[in-house]
Write a protein that binds this ligand. Structure first.
Ligand SMILES: Nc1ncnc2c1ncn2[C@@H]1O[C@H](COP(=O)(O)OP(=O)(O)O)[C@@H](O)[C@H]1O
Ligand SMILES: [Mg+2]
Length: 244
């Protein structure tokens, strides 16, 4: 493959829930090194696109590829193992487990059977908690963490998969500005290490500052796709946001 290796591609992806066309023939592809901000009004299909990519709701038609391999019919577990990790809009953590136990929960962790035993896995979990600056909470019940800390925990846990593509659903929603800054810094750090991101956000100033490219959904369709500067001025995007 060329230098412009495709990391992610969705091609004519559609999903309907009953009569509601949540994704309507969505197509775009992403090359390595891009950081896509996925935006659009409430209900425009952003989470559905992440759900389709992570295997939670399969497409009714169309295709999704990760690093050139078709994944639209794969299970969430296989997609995660293949290197696609995600976080959820409302942190899906186990409240009655400690932070570190959440990190080790089956299905969220890939263990290299050759080289990793439980001790080294715990060490890796603690490194990621430290990377997100929540190592002090390692042995706290997840139920006792703030909303922002839960988001950081989800983010740390996603790293247990050693992902090459991370899908973040509203990582800045309703959390303290200092934690938003921390998440932004960590996304940039990971990007420097070669991890690609698709970040869903309705926080336009934040996502416009982070992403190299913005894809805009409205009513399940891509209505704009370009640099933040171009998308910001797009009349169709402004109209979609004003709900005209
Ligand atoms: N599991 C589901 N069952 C039924 N309808 C759904 C489901 N998930 C999403 N939808 C519908 O699909 C549309 C897109 O939703 P969603 O992807 O969550 O939007 P966004 O994340 O952009 O706010 C909405 O109309 C929503 O009500
Ligand atoms: Mg959503």
């Amino acid at each position: 493959m060329s230098e412009h290796k495709s990391v992610f591609e969705i091609s004519e992806g559609s999903i309907a829930f009953g009569g509601n066309q949540a994704l309507d023939s969505v197509s775009f592809s992403m090359v390595k090194g891009q950081l896509i901000g996925l935006i659009g009004p409430n209900g425009s299909g952003k989470t559905t696109l992440l759900n389709a990519t992570s295997g939670i709701y399969p497409l009714n038609s169309g295709a999704i590829s990760f690093e050139g391999n078709r994944i639209e019919k794969e299970s969430p577990h296989r997609i995660a193992r293949a290197g696609v990790a995600r976080t959820f809009q409302i942190a899906r953590i186990f409240p009655h487990m400690t932070a570190v136990e959440n990190m080790l929960a089956p299905g969220f962790t890939v263990r290299d059977k050759e080289t990793e035993n439980r001790v080294s896995l715990i060490r890796r979990a603690k490194e990621y908690l430290d990377f997100l600056d929540i190592a002090d909470f390692a042995d706290e019940q997840a139920a006792d963490l703030s909303g922002g800390q839960r988001m950081l925990l989800q983010f740390a846990r996603a790293l247990m998969l050693k992902p090459r593509l991370m899908l973040l659903d509203e990582p800045f929603g309703g959390i303290h500005p200092l934690l938003v800054e921390r998440i932004l810094e960590r996304i940039r750090d990971l990007r420097d290490q070669g991890i690609d991101f698709i970040v869903v956000s309705h926080d336009l100033p934040t996502i416009m500052g982070l992403a190299s490219r913005i894809v805009v959904l409205a009513n399940g369709k891509v209505i704009a796709d370009g640099t933040p500067e171009i998308v910001r001025e797009d009349p169709g995007v402004i109209e979609a946001y004003l709900g005209v």
